[in-house]
Design a protein around this ligand. Structure first.
Ligand SMILES: *Cc1c(COP(=O)(O)O)cnc(C)c1O
Length: 538
Protein backbone atom coordinates (compact mmCIF):
# COMPACT_ATOMS: atom_id res chain seq x y z
CA UNK A 1 0.00 0.00 0.00
CA UNK A 2 1.17 3.48 -0.84
CA UNK A 3 -1.09 6.52 -0.73
CA UNK A 4 -0.70 9.66 -2.84
CA UNK A 5 -2.41 12.65 -1.24
CA UNK A 6 -3.13 15.54 -3.62
CA UNK A 7 -4.14 18.96 -2.38
CA UNK A 8 -4.23 22.44 -3.91
CA UNK A 9 -2.98 23.85 -0.60
CA UNK A 10 -0.88 22.38 2.16
CA UNK A 11 -0.22 24.31 5.38
CA UNK A 12 2.76 22.92 7.28
CA UNK A 13 3.80 25.97 9.24
CA UNK A 14 3.79 29.75 8.97
CA UNK A 15 7.15 29.78 7.13
CA UNK A 16 5.70 28.31 3.97
CA UNK A 17 2.78 30.36 2.57
CA UNK A 18 1.18 27.60 0.49
CA UNK A 19 -2.17 27.60 2.31
CA UNK A 20 -5.08 29.98 2.73
CA UNK A 21 -7.12 28.48 5.54
CA UNK A 22 -8.71 25.39 6.99
CA UNK A 23 -8.38 23.15 3.92
CA UNK A 24 -4.62 23.60 3.69
CA UNK A 25 -4.05 23.32 7.42
CA UNK A 26 -6.06 20.11 7.44
CA UNK A 27 -3.91 18.74 4.61
CA UNK A 28 -0.74 19.54 6.57
CA UNK A 29 -2.15 17.94 9.71
CA UNK A 30 -3.19 14.84 7.73
CA UNK A 31 0.38 14.46 6.45
CA UNK A 32 1.89 14.97 9.90
CA UNK A 33 -0.27 12.31 11.52
CA UNK A 34 0.37 9.88 8.67
CA UNK A 35 4.11 10.37 9.34
CA UNK A 36 3.58 9.90 13.10
CA UNK A 37 1.78 6.62 12.43
CA UNK A 38 4.27 5.44 9.82
CA UNK A 39 1.58 5.15 7.13
CA UNK A 40 3.13 5.04 3.64
CA UNK A 41 1.90 8.31 2.21
CA UNK A 42 3.37 10.86 -0.18
CA UNK A 43 1.85 14.25 -0.95
CA UNK A 44 1.66 16.64 -3.90
CA UNK A 45 0.75 20.30 -4.05
CA UNK A 46 1.80 23.48 -5.87
CA UNK A 47 4.53 25.92 -4.97
CA UNK A 48 3.23 29.49 -4.88
CA UNK A 49 6.17 31.88 -4.93
CA UNK A 50 3.89 34.79 -4.10
CA UNK A 51 1.92 32.51 -1.92
CA UNK A 52 -1.28 33.37 -0.31
CA UNK A 53 -1.19 37.12 0.28
CA UNK A 54 -0.24 39.07 3.38
CA UNK A 55 -3.00 41.26 4.71
CA UNK A 56 -2.84 44.96 5.42
CA UNK A 57 -5.73 47.04 6.65
CA UNK A 58 -5.90 50.62 5.35
CA UNK A 59 -7.20 53.57 7.44
CA UNK A 60 -10.68 52.97 6.04
CA UNK A 61 -10.67 49.49 7.52
CA UNK A 62 -10.40 47.97 4.04
CA UNK A 63 -8.26 44.90 3.42
CA UNK A 64 -5.31 45.34 1.06
CA UNK A 65 -3.22 42.47 -0.24
CA UNK A 66 0.54 42.39 -0.65
CA UNK A 67 2.40 39.57 -2.32
CA UNK A 68 6.02 39.46 -1.18
CA UNK A 69 8.31 36.93 -2.87
CA UNK A 70 8.69 33.62 -1.04
CA UNK A 71 12.07 31.96 -1.37
CA UNK A 72 11.60 28.22 -0.84
CA UNK A 73 15.28 27.29 -0.76
CA UNK A 74 15.62 27.38 3.03
CA UNK A 75 12.88 24.78 3.44
CA UNK A 76 12.89 22.54 0.38
CA UNK A 77 15.19 20.87 -2.02
CA UNK A 78 14.84 21.53 -5.76
CA UNK A 79 14.91 18.19 -7.57
CA UNK A 80 17.02 17.96 -10.73
CA UNK A 81 14.13 17.12 -13.00
CA UNK A 82 11.45 18.72 -15.13
CA UNK A 83 8.02 17.49 -16.06
CA UNK A 84 5.80 18.71 -18.82
CA UNK A 85 2.07 19.29 -18.69
CA UNK A 86 0.05 19.83 -21.89
CA UNK A 87 -1.59 23.24 -21.56
CA UNK A 88 -2.94 25.44 -24.37
CA UNK A 89 -1.28 23.20 -26.95
CA UNK A 90 2.15 23.72 -25.39
CA UNK A 91 4.21 21.57 -23.11
CA UNK A 92 4.51 23.67 -19.97
CA UNK A 93 7.61 22.79 -17.94
CA UNK A 94 7.20 22.11 -14.28
CA UNK A 95 9.90 21.86 -11.63
CA UNK A 96 9.61 19.89 -8.40
CA UNK A 97 10.63 20.89 -4.88
CA UNK A 98 10.82 18.29 -2.17
CA UNK A 99 9.93 18.91 1.44
CA UNK A 100 10.32 16.03 3.87
CA UNK A 101 8.18 15.91 6.97
CA UNK A 102 9.68 13.79 9.72
CA UNK A 103 7.03 12.38 12.07
CA UNK A 104 7.30 10.21 15.16
CA UNK A 105 7.53 6.99 13.19
CA UNK A 106 8.13 7.82 9.55
CA UNK A 107 8.74 10.45 6.89
CA UNK A 108 6.36 11.87 4.34
CA UNK A 109 7.80 13.51 1.22
CA UNK A 110 5.80 16.42 -0.12
CA UNK A 111 6.37 17.41 -3.74
CA UNK A 112 5.60 21.03 -4.55
CA UNK A 113 5.18 21.67 -8.29
CA UNK A 114 6.50 24.94 -9.68
CA UNK A 115 5.75 26.42 -13.10
CA UNK A 116 8.03 29.42 -12.58
CA UNK A 117 10.87 28.14 -14.77
CA UNK A 118 12.96 30.13 -17.23
CA UNK A 119 12.11 27.86 -20.14
CA UNK A 120 8.41 28.78 -19.86
CA UNK A 121 6.76 31.79 -21.47
CA UNK A 122 6.22 34.79 -19.22
CA UNK A 123 2.51 33.96 -19.02
CA UNK A 124 3.09 30.31 -18.15
CA UNK A 125 5.55 31.29 -15.42
CA UNK A 126 2.70 33.04 -13.67
CA UNK A 127 0.42 29.99 -13.47
CA UNK A 128 1.64 28.86 -10.07
CA UNK A 129 2.53 32.29 -8.61
CA UNK A 130 -0.57 32.83 -6.48
CA UNK A 131 -2.80 30.48 -4.51
CA UNK A 132 -6.43 31.07 -5.58
CA UNK A 133 -5.38 34.08 -7.67
CA UNK A 134 -6.10 34.78 -11.33
CA UNK A 135 -9.17 33.92 -13.36
CA UNK A 136 -10.76 30.62 -14.30
CA UNK A 137 -8.12 30.09 -16.99
CA UNK A 138 -5.34 30.37 -14.40
CA UNK A 139 -7.31 28.07 -12.15
CA UNK A 140 -7.80 25.33 -14.71
CA UNK A 141 -4.09 25.54 -15.59
CA UNK A 142 -3.17 25.19 -11.91
CA UNK A 143 -5.48 22.23 -11.58
CA UNK A 144 -3.94 20.65 -14.68
CA UNK A 145 -0.49 21.01 -13.12
CA UNK A 146 -1.71 19.57 -9.83
CA UNK A 147 -3.58 16.58 -11.26
CA UNK A 148 -1.63 15.75 -14.41
CA UNK A 149 1.75 17.08 -13.30
CA UNK A 150 1.24 15.49 -9.90
CA UNK A 151 0.57 12.12 -11.50
CA UNK A 152 3.67 12.37 -13.67
CA UNK A 153 5.85 13.46 -10.75
CA UNK A 154 4.72 10.54 -8.65
CA UNK A 155 5.26 8.08 -11.44
CA UNK A 156 8.86 9.25 -11.84
CA UNK A 157 9.71 9.76 -8.16
CA UNK A 158 7.71 7.19 -6.29
CA UNK A 159 5.95 4.49 -8.29
CA UNK A 160 3.83 1.81 -6.71
CA UNK A 161 0.98 4.14 -5.70
CA UNK A 162 -2.08 2.09 -4.77
CA UNK A 163 -4.51 4.90 -3.86
CA UNK A 164 -4.77 8.49 -5.07
CA UNK A 165 -6.54 10.53 -2.41
CA UNK A 166 -8.01 13.73 -3.83
CA UNK A 167 -8.38 16.32 -1.11
CA UNK A 168 -11.21 18.38 -2.64
CA UNK A 169 -12.05 18.46 -6.36
CA UNK A 170 -9.10 20.69 -7.37
CA UNK A 171 -6.93 17.63 -8.01
CA UNK A 172 -9.55 15.64 -9.97
CA UNK A 173 -7.58 15.78 -13.24
CA UNK A 174 -5.45 13.03 -11.75
CA UNK A 175 -8.31 10.72 -12.79
CA UNK A 176 -7.76 11.72 -16.44
CA UNK A 177 -4.02 11.09 -16.16
CA UNK A 178 -4.83 7.62 -14.84
CA UNK A 179 -7.39 7.16 -17.61
CA UNK A 180 -4.78 7.78 -20.31
CA UNK A 181 -2.19 5.63 -18.58
CA UNK A 182 -4.61 2.69 -18.35
CA UNK A 183 -5.98 2.78 -21.90
CA UNK A 184 -9.31 4.24 -20.90
CA UNK A 185 -10.12 1.41 -18.51
CA UNK A 186 -12.56 3.17 -16.17
CA UNK A 187 -12.71 0.38 -13.63
CA UNK A 188 -8.97 0.53 -13.20
CA UNK A 189 -9.12 4.31 -12.75
CA UNK A 190 -11.86 4.05 -10.12
CA UNK A 191 -9.96 1.35 -8.38
CA UNK A 192 -7.14 3.78 -7.71
CA UNK A 193 -9.07 6.81 -6.52
CA UNK A 194 -10.77 8.06 -3.39
CA UNK A 195 -12.20 11.54 -2.96
CA UNK A 196 -12.87 13.84 -0.01
CA UNK A 197 -15.24 16.74 -0.56
CA UNK A 198 -15.28 19.73 1.80
CA UNK A 199 -17.84 22.07 0.32
CA UNK A 200 -21.50 21.87 1.34
CA UNK A 201 -22.84 24.31 -1.29
CA UNK A 202 -22.96 23.90 -5.07
CA UNK A 203 -21.34 27.32 -5.69
CA UNK A 204 -18.23 26.17 -3.85
CA UNK A 205 -17.38 23.55 -6.46
CA UNK A 206 -15.16 24.35 -9.45
CA UNK A 207 -17.02 24.25 -12.76
CA UNK A 208 -15.21 25.16 -16.00
CA UNK A 209 -16.80 25.99 -19.36
CA UNK A 210 -16.15 23.18 -21.78
CA UNK A 211 -14.90 25.72 -24.29
CA UNK A 212 -12.21 26.83 -21.85
CA UNK A 213 -11.43 23.25 -20.85
CA UNK A 214 -11.06 22.12 -24.48
CA UNK A 215 -8.90 25.10 -25.36
CA UNK A 216 -6.67 24.47 -22.33
CA UNK A 217 -6.46 20.69 -22.26
CA UNK A 218 -7.20 19.76 -25.88
CA UNK A 219 -7.01 16.07 -26.60
CA UNK A 220 -6.23 15.32 -22.98
CA UNK A 221 -9.98 15.55 -22.37
CA UNK A 222 -11.52 12.16 -23.21
CA UNK A 223 -14.28 12.21 -25.84
CA UNK A 224 -16.86 11.16 -23.24
CA UNK A 225 -15.81 13.80 -20.66
CA UNK A 226 -19.41 15.05 -20.38
CA UNK A 227 -20.46 11.66 -19.04
CA UNK A 228 -17.97 11.94 -16.19
CA UNK A 229 -17.98 15.65 -15.46
CA UNK A 230 -21.49 16.90 -16.27
CA UNK A 231 -23.28 18.16 -19.37
CA UNK A 232 -23.31 21.90 -18.69
CA UNK A 233 -19.78 22.44 -17.53
CA UNK A 234 -16.74 20.52 -16.40
CA UNK A 235 -17.55 20.00 -12.76
CA UNK A 236 -14.46 18.88 -10.85
CA UNK A 237 -16.54 17.39 -8.04
CA UNK A 238 -18.60 15.29 -10.46
CA UNK A 239 -15.43 14.19 -12.21
CA UNK A 240 -13.97 13.08 -8.90
CA UNK A 241 -17.19 11.40 -7.80
CA UNK A 242 -17.64 9.51 -11.05
CA UNK A 243 -14.07 8.28 -11.29
CA UNK A 244 -13.48 7.29 -7.66
CA UNK A 245 -14.24 4.07 -5.91
CA UNK A 246 -15.19 5.92 -2.73
CA UNK A 247 -16.08 9.38 -1.50
CA UNK A 248 -16.51 11.04 1.86
CA UNK A 249 -17.57 14.25 3.56
CA UNK A 250 -15.78 15.66 6.60
CA UNK A 251 -18.36 15.40 9.40
CA UNK A 252 -21.49 13.37 10.01
CA UNK A 253 -23.80 16.25 9.05
CA UNK A 254 -21.66 17.15 6.05
CA UNK A 255 -21.88 13.53 4.88
CA UNK A 256 -25.70 13.80 4.99
CA UNK A 257 -25.71 17.14 3.17
CA UNK A 258 -23.36 15.79 0.49
CA UNK A 259 -25.56 12.74 -0.09
CA UNK A 260 -28.51 15.09 -0.65
CA UNK A 261 -26.48 17.26 -3.02
CA UNK A 262 -25.22 14.31 -5.07
CA UNK A 263 -27.88 11.60 -5.02
CA UNK A 264 -26.90 8.26 -6.47
CA UNK A 265 -23.37 8.12 -5.05
CA UNK A 266 -22.17 6.26 -2.01
CA UNK A 267 -20.84 8.95 0.26
CA UNK A 268 -19.60 8.34 3.78
CA UNK A 269 -17.87 10.64 6.23
CA UNK A 270 -14.68 10.97 8.23
CA UNK A 271 -14.80 13.84 10.67
CA UNK A 272 -11.75 16.09 10.49
CA UNK A 273 -9.17 16.50 13.23
CA UNK A 274 -6.05 18.52 14.04
CA UNK A 275 -2.46 17.42 14.57
CA UNK A 276 -2.19 17.42 18.37
CA UNK A 277 1.58 18.03 18.46
CA UNK A 278 1.30 21.08 16.21
CA UNK A 279 -1.57 22.77 18.00
CA UNK A 280 -0.93 22.05 21.67
CA UNK A 281 0.95 25.00 23.19
CA UNK A 282 4.09 24.59 25.31
CA UNK A 283 2.31 25.07 28.63
CA UNK A 284 -0.21 22.31 28.14
CA UNK A 285 2.35 20.09 26.42
CA UNK A 286 4.45 20.23 29.61
CA UNK A 287 1.44 19.33 31.72
CA UNK A 288 0.51 16.42 29.50
CA UNK A 289 4.12 15.19 29.47
CA UNK A 290 4.00 15.17 33.25
CA UNK A 291 0.57 13.64 33.86
CA UNK A 292 -0.29 11.76 30.66
CA UNK A 293 3.16 10.92 29.30
CA UNK A 294 1.99 8.81 26.35
CA UNK A 295 -0.16 11.56 24.87
CA UNK A 296 2.31 12.35 22.08
CA UNK A 297 2.01 8.89 20.60
CA UNK A 298 -1.51 8.17 21.81
CA UNK A 299 -3.54 11.38 21.98
CA UNK A 300 -6.55 9.35 23.15
CA UNK A 301 -5.02 9.24 26.65
CA UNK A 302 -6.03 12.90 26.97
CA UNK A 303 -9.41 11.44 27.94
CA UNK A 304 -7.90 11.12 31.43
CA UNK A 305 -7.13 14.82 31.73
CA UNK A 306 -9.24 15.12 34.89
CA UNK A 307 -6.16 13.72 36.67
CA UNK A 308 -4.38 17.03 36.17
CA UNK A 309 -4.75 19.25 39.24
CA UNK A 310 -7.05 22.25 38.76
CA UNK A 311 -4.46 24.81 39.78
CA UNK A 312 -1.99 23.56 37.15
CA UNK A 313 -4.68 23.73 34.46
CA UNK A 314 -5.42 27.32 35.49
CA UNK A 315 -1.73 28.21 35.51
CA UNK A 316 -1.14 26.81 32.02
CA UNK A 317 -4.10 28.78 30.76
CA UNK A 318 -2.83 32.06 32.24
CA UNK A 319 0.62 31.49 30.83
CA UNK A 320 -0.69 30.94 27.29
CA UNK A 321 -3.06 33.87 27.67
CA UNK A 322 -0.19 36.11 28.73
CA UNK A 323 1.65 35.40 25.48
CA UNK A 324 -1.45 36.24 23.47
CA UNK A 325 -2.16 39.45 25.39
CA UNK A 326 1.42 40.64 24.94
CA UNK A 327 1.10 40.22 21.20
CA UNK A 328 -2.29 41.95 21.14
CA UNK A 329 -1.00 44.91 23.12
CA UNK A 330 2.28 45.12 21.25
CA UNK A 331 0.51 45.26 17.89
CA UNK A 332 -2.59 47.27 18.78
CA UNK A 333 -2.07 49.37 21.95
CA UNK A 334 -5.43 47.99 23.06
CA UNK A 335 -4.56 47.69 26.74
CA UNK A 336 -5.81 44.14 27.11
CA UNK A 337 -5.33 42.31 30.41
CA UNK A 338 -4.99 38.69 31.38
CA UNK A 339 -7.58 39.32 34.12
CA UNK A 340 -10.49 39.47 31.69
CA UNK A 341 -12.43 36.70 30.04
CA UNK A 342 -10.79 36.57 26.60
CA UNK A 343 -12.92 35.58 23.66
CA UNK A 344 -11.59 34.76 20.18
CA UNK A 345 -13.08 34.55 16.73
CA UNK A 346 -10.63 33.98 13.87
CA UNK A 347 -11.04 32.25 10.55
CA UNK A 348 -11.36 33.20 6.89
CA UNK A 349 -13.71 36.18 6.56
CA UNK A 350 -16.36 34.40 4.51
CA UNK A 351 -19.97 35.59 4.65
CA UNK A 352 -21.43 32.32 5.91
CA UNK A 353 -19.21 32.46 9.00
CA UNK A 354 -21.23 35.52 10.14
CA UNK A 355 -18.49 37.27 12.12
CA UNK A 356 -20.63 40.37 12.70
CA UNK A 357 -23.66 38.55 14.07
CA UNK A 358 -22.31 39.22 17.58
CA UNK A 359 -22.97 42.94 17.05
CA UNK A 360 -26.68 42.52 16.30
CA UNK A 361 -27.69 44.13 19.63
CA UNK A 362 -24.78 46.34 20.65
CA UNK A 363 -26.39 47.70 23.82
CA UNK A 364 -26.89 44.20 25.10
CA UNK A 365 -23.36 43.21 24.19
CA UNK A 366 -21.91 46.29 25.92
CA UNK A 367 -23.88 45.66 29.09
CA UNK A 368 -22.85 42.05 29.18
CA UNK A 369 -19.18 42.58 28.61
CA UNK A 370 -18.30 45.97 30.12
CA UNK A 371 -15.06 45.70 32.10
CA UNK A 372 -15.26 41.96 32.03
CA UNK A 373 -14.76 40.62 28.52
CA UNK A 374 -12.29 41.32 25.71
CA UNK A 375 -12.70 40.15 22.12
CA UNK A 376 -10.05 39.31 19.54
CA UNK A 377 -11.03 38.95 15.88
CA UNK A 378 -8.84 37.99 12.92
CA UNK A 379 -9.12 36.50 9.44
CA UNK A 380 -8.38 37.26 5.81
CA UNK A 381 -10.98 37.69 3.07
CA UNK A 382 -10.28 36.27 -0.36
CA UNK A 383 -8.89 39.12 -2.52
CA UNK A 384 -11.96 39.13 -4.75
CA UNK A 385 -14.52 38.65 -1.98
CA UNK A 386 -15.94 42.14 -1.49
CA UNK A 387 -18.53 40.86 0.98
CA UNK A 388 -15.78 39.28 3.08
CA UNK A 389 -13.83 42.54 3.06
CA UNK A 390 -16.96 44.36 4.13
CA UNK A 391 -17.23 41.99 7.11
CA UNK A 392 -13.70 42.95 8.17
CA UNK A 393 -14.48 46.63 7.73
CA UNK A 394 -17.63 46.29 9.83
CA UNK A 395 -15.63 44.70 12.65
CA UNK A 396 -13.03 47.47 12.52
CA UNK A 397 -15.70 50.17 12.41
CA UNK A 398 -17.35 48.59 15.43
CA UNK A 399 -14.10 48.81 17.38
CA UNK A 400 -13.90 52.52 16.43
CA UNK A 401 -17.53 53.42 17.02
CA UNK A 402 -17.60 51.81 20.44
CA UNK A 403 -14.05 52.50 21.55
CA UNK A 404 -13.74 52.79 25.30
CA UNK A 405 -16.99 50.88 25.68
CA UNK A 406 -16.12 47.53 24.17
CA UNK A 407 -12.76 45.82 24.28
CA UNK A 408 -12.39 44.53 20.79
CA UNK A 409 -9.38 44.24 18.51
CA UNK A 410 -8.95 43.01 14.99
CA UNK A 411 -5.53 41.43 14.39
CA UNK A 412 -4.29 41.70 10.83
CA UNK A 413 -2.68 38.97 8.75
CA UNK A 414 -4.13 35.82 10.29
CA UNK A 415 -1.89 32.80 9.63
CA UNK A 416 -0.88 29.53 11.28
CA UNK A 417 1.38 31.23 13.80
CA UNK A 418 -1.34 33.60 14.90
CA UNK A 419 -3.88 30.77 14.88
CA UNK A 420 -1.70 28.86 17.34
CA UNK A 421 -1.22 31.89 19.57
CA UNK A 422 -4.95 32.60 19.59
CA UNK A 423 -6.28 29.09 20.04
CA UNK A 424 -3.79 28.53 22.85
CA UNK A 425 -4.43 31.80 24.62
CA UNK A 426 -8.19 32.38 24.58
CA UNK A 427 -10.65 31.30 27.25
CA UNK A 428 -13.59 31.05 24.92
CA UNK A 429 -13.73 30.41 21.15
CA UNK A 430 -16.75 31.54 19.16
CA UNK A 431 -18.15 30.01 16.01
CA UNK A 432 -21.53 30.81 14.51
CA UNK A 433 -21.66 29.71 10.87
CA UNK A 434 -24.91 29.45 9.00
CA UNK A 435 -25.73 25.77 9.41
CA UNK A 436 -24.82 23.48 7.63
CA UNK A 437 -22.21 25.55 5.83
CA UNK A 438 -19.27 24.72 8.12
CA UNK A 439 -18.52 21.28 6.74
CA UNK A 440 -16.41 20.46 9.78
CA UNK A 441 -14.40 23.39 11.15
CA UNK A 442 -11.10 22.73 12.87
CA UNK A 443 -10.02 25.86 14.75
CA UNK A 444 -12.32 24.98 17.65
CA UNK A 445 -10.56 21.61 17.95
CA UNK A 446 -7.20 23.37 18.38
CA UNK A 447 -8.72 25.26 21.32
CA UNK A 448 -9.66 22.05 23.13
CA UNK A 449 -6.05 20.81 23.31
CA UNK A 450 -5.28 24.03 25.17
CA UNK A 451 -8.00 24.02 27.77
CA UNK A 452 -10.13 26.56 25.90
CA UNK A 453 -13.89 26.28 25.74
CA UNK A 454 -16.00 26.35 22.59
CA UNK A 455 -19.20 28.32 22.20
CA UNK A 456 -20.58 27.37 18.84
CA UNK A 457 -23.53 26.70 16.60
CA UNK A 458 -24.15 22.94 16.34
CA UNK A 459 -22.54 22.50 12.96
CA UNK A 460 -19.73 20.26 11.67
CA UNK A 461 -17.57 18.64 14.35
CA UNK A 462 -19.06 20.48 17.34
CA UNK A 463 -22.46 18.93 16.77
CA UNK A 464 -20.86 15.51 17.31
CA UNK A 465 -19.46 16.17 20.77
CA UNK A 466 -21.05 19.23 22.36
CA UNK A 467 -22.74 18.62 25.69
CA UNK A 468 -24.12 22.00 26.50
CA UNK A 469 -22.77 23.45 29.79
CA UNK A 470 -20.62 20.34 30.29
CA UNK A 471 -17.80 20.53 27.72
CA UNK A 472 -18.71 23.86 26.15
CA UNK A 473 -21.70 25.85 25.02
CA UNK A 474 -24.14 25.38 22.16
CA UNK A 475 -25.50 28.41 20.38
CA UNK A 476 -28.99 27.34 19.29
CA UNK A 477 -29.97 23.70 18.93
CA UNK A 478 -29.60 21.00 16.32
CA UNK A 479 -31.52 22.75 13.56
CA UNK A 480 -31.15 25.63 11.15
CA UNK A 481 -32.26 28.94 12.66
CA UNK A 482 -32.47 32.54 11.48
CA UNK A 483 -29.76 35.11 12.17
CA UNK A 484 -31.97 36.85 14.75
CA UNK A 485 -32.62 33.66 16.70
CA UNK A 486 -28.95 32.72 16.59
CA UNK A 487 -27.93 36.15 17.87
CA UNK A 488 -30.45 36.00 20.73
CA UNK A 489 -29.20 32.55 21.69
CA UNK A 490 -25.64 33.80 21.57
CA UNK A 491 -26.29 36.61 24.08
CA UNK A 492 -28.00 34.19 26.44
CA UNK A 493 -25.12 31.70 26.47
CA UNK A 494 -22.48 34.43 26.59
CA UNK A 495 -24.15 35.78 29.71
CA UNK A 496 -23.98 32.33 31.24
CA UNK A 497 -20.31 32.02 30.34
CA UNK A 498 -19.43 35.41 31.83
CA UNK A 499 -21.20 34.51 35.06
CA UNK A 500 -19.50 31.13 35.25
CA UNK A 501 -16.07 32.59 34.57
CA UNK A 502 -16.29 35.22 37.30
CA UNK A 503 -18.62 33.65 39.88
CA UNK A 504 -17.91 29.95 39.62
CA UNK A 505 -14.26 29.27 38.85
CA UNK A 506 -14.40 25.60 39.88
CA UNK A 507 -17.18 25.05 37.35
CA UNK A 508 -15.18 26.88 34.65
CA UNK A 509 -12.14 24.71 35.26
CA UNK A 510 -14.31 21.63 35.25
CA UNK A 511 -15.56 22.64 31.82
CA UNK A 512 -11.99 23.26 30.63
CA UNK A 513 -11.08 19.74 31.66
CA UNK A 514 -14.19 18.28 30.05
CA UNK A 515 -13.34 20.17 26.86
CA UNK A 516 -9.93 18.48 26.78
CA UNK A 517 -11.15 15.06 27.91
CA UNK A 518 -14.13 14.82 25.54
CA UNK A 519 -12.77 16.50 22.42
CA UNK A 520 -9.00 16.02 22.24
CA UNK A 521 -9.03 12.18 22.12
CA UNK A 522 -11.36 12.25 19.14
CA UNK A 523 -10.79 15.37 17.08
CA UNK A 524 -7.16 14.77 16.23
CA UNK A 525 -5.79 13.76 12.84
CA UNK A 526 -4.35 10.56 14.24
CA UNK A 527 -7.86 9.23 14.78
CA UNK A 528 -8.85 10.71 11.42
CA UNK A 529 -5.99 9.18 9.42
CA UNK A 530 -6.63 5.79 11.05
CA UNK A 531 -10.22 6.05 9.86
CA UNK A 532 -9.07 6.80 6.32
CA UNK A 533 -6.76 3.83 6.59
CA UNK A 534 -9.59 1.50 7.60
CA UNK A 535 -12.29 2.78 5.29
CA UNK A 536 -10.58 4.28 2.26
CA UNK A 537 -6.93 3.34 1.94
CA UNK A 538 -5.60 0.18 0.39
C1 LIG B 1 -7.10 26.11 11.70
C2 LIG B 1 -7.04 27.25 10.77
C3 LIG B 1 -8.16 27.62 10.00
C4 LIG B 1 -9.48 26.89 10.08
O1 LIG B 1 -10.38 27.61 10.87
P1 LIG B 1 -11.94 27.26 10.89
O2 LIG B 1 -12.47 28.04 12.01
O3 LIG B 1 -12.06 25.79 11.10
O4 LIG B 1 -12.48 27.70 9.59
C5 LIG B 1 -8.05 28.70 9.14
N1 LIG B 1 -6.90 29.40 9.05
C6 LIG B 1 -5.80 29.08 9.77
C7 LIG B 1 -4.57 29.89 9.60
C8 LIG B 1 -5.83 28.00 10.65
O5 LIG B 1 -4.74 27.69 11.36
Amino acid sequence: MKIAYLSMEIGLNENIPTYSGGLGVLAGDHIKSAADLGIPLVAVSLLYKRGYFMQNINPMGWQEEVYPYFDPRAFMEPLPMKLTVPINGREVKVGVWKFTYQGLKGKVPIYFLDGDLEDNTAADRLITQHLYGGDSHTRICQEAILGIGGYKALKRLEGGITTYHMNEGHSAFVTLALYHDHDGDLDRVRDYCTFTTHTPVPAGHDVFDYELAEQTLGSFLPAQIREFAGEDGLNMTRLALNLSRACNGVSELHGEVTREMFPGYEIGHVTNGVHHLTWTGPDYARLYDQFLPHWRKYPEVLAASEQIPDELIAEAEVSAKRRLIRYVNATSNAGFTEEFLTVGFARRAAGYKRATLFFTDMERLLNLTRNRVQFIFAGKAHPRDEAGKKVIQDIIRTTQTYEGRVRLVYLKNYNMWQAALLTQGVDLWLNNPRRPREASGTSGMKVTFNGGINMSVLDGWWREICQNRVNGWAIGDDEDTSDEETAADFYAVLEEAVTTYYANRPQWIKMMKASIADCAPRFNTQRMVKEYLEKYYR
